[in-house]
Design a protein around this ligand. Structure first.
Ligand code: PMP
Length: 352
């Protein structure tokens, strides 16, 4: 007979991250990392930090980084919150701003961490189906709610929402917090950061893991009005979360100040994506429109699970989601560098 405390443990549903394989020499296109590596200026900043300051504690408030991010977006430093990856930022957002007497709303195909946070923090939620084109259906969110969160572009579909739709949602939904998770926004999706000063209930989250190619450093941030940001700081302080370490702060400052490198590499990803989409379509794949550094594609004659397994046998890893049923046939493929993308195409040709 099970006992009460073990029931509690079983009830916790963990987030299942994409695989981080131990094998070398794999073509790793499964967790949306950037194939081009971070700016050389980041590496120089890390080197300087290593030789000069590691004996010192980090700044608990990451003040220099917040100022650098605020300056980049033309905001005030008190409109910026930083955390160890945007997953940590989102954890604080769920705890601070999305727990209400009404359910939180998010799309039915979306970032799989959202329901996990809800489970962990006891937040009631309802999922809202995507429309037939796999788009977020704004009108379905215009009802009583305790908050709204969605990625833009959406994940794992990659489908972008135009800024005019985000604004339509904000105009209609003024009573609860609207969180736009812009983890992949820099790859061709319109950002809602420009709306932050106009809509006091809008919070936008970003990560350094994708367009800045710093997944290993763990830096993410939220932008919003100072009152929302203050709520996140209260949660961070109350739970005694770790501040960013010295490497994370120094590297993140250097990255946001190297606009030329950022612009060059994000364009390279976009160009590689368009080439890969055309190649996949020539093999008969259907590919959803993507504003991200990954694409969501299915082949009308081949099941996603078998394709993923067949690719793996050839040392190419992509992501296949078993749930929900509607996306069973799709593969989520990270845009690699040209030689990785060629290896993927080569492996697919042997399977089809
Ligand atoms: N939001 C979305 C939609 C994501 O896909 C991810 C990456 N798994 C994150 C947030 C978190 O990214 P990170 O913690 O690396 O900043």
């Amino acid at each position: 007979m099970s006992v009460y405390w073990s029931e509690l443990v079983h009830r916790l549903t963990p987030y299942v991250p994409g695989e981080q394989p131990k094998l070398q020499n794999l073509v790793k296109l499964n967790t949306n990392e950037n194939p081009f590596g971070p700016s050389p200026k980041v590496l120089a900043a890390l080197q300087a930090e290593a030789s000069e300051s590691l004996r010192l504690y980090p700044d608990p408030d990451s003040s220099r980084l917040k100022s650098a991010i605020a300056e980049y977006y033309g905001l005030q430093a008190n409109q910026v919150f930083v955390g160890n990856g945007s997953d940590e930022v989102l954890a604080h957002v769920f705890q601070a701003l999305l727990k209400h007497d009404q359910p939180l709303l998010f799309p039915d195909i979306s970032y799989s961490f959202y329901p996990v946070y809800c489970g962990l923090y006891g937040i009631e939620f309802e999922t809202v189906p995507l429309n037939a084109q796999f788009e977020i259906a704004i009108d379905d969110y215009l009802r009583p709610n305790g908050g709204i969160i969605f990625p833009n572009p959406n994940a794992p579909t990659g489908v972008p929402m135009p800024l005019s739709d985000v604004e339509r949602l904000l105009k209609a939904n003024t009573h609860s917090v609207v969180v736009v998770d812009e983890a992949y926004v820099d790859f061709g999706t319109q950002s809602a950061v420009s709306l932050v000063n106009q809509y006091p209930n809008l919070l936008v989250t970003h990560t350094y893991s994708k367009s800045r190619s710093l997944a290993g450093l763990r830096v993410g941030y939220a932008l919003g009005n100072a009152t929302l940001i203050q709520a996140l700081i209260r949660i961070k302080d109350s739970f005694n979360s770790y501040p960013l370490d010295r490497f994370a702060e120094a590297g993140a400052i250097a990255a946001i100040q190297d606009e030329a490198y950022f612009e060059q590499t994000r364009q390279q990803v976009i160009v590689a994506r368009e080439a890969l989409v055309a190649d996949l379509q020539s093999l008969g794949f259907e590919v959803l429109p993507s504003g991200a550094n990954f694409i969501f594609a299915k082949h009308p004659k081949h099941a996603g699970e078998q394709l993923a397994a067949g690719l793996r046998d050839q040392a190419v890893i992509v992501r296949h989601f078993k749930k929900p049923a509607r996306i069973l046939d799709f593969l989520r493929i990270t845009i690699g560098n040209p030689s990785q993308n060629q290896a993927l195409m080569q492996a697919l040709r042997t399977l089809l």
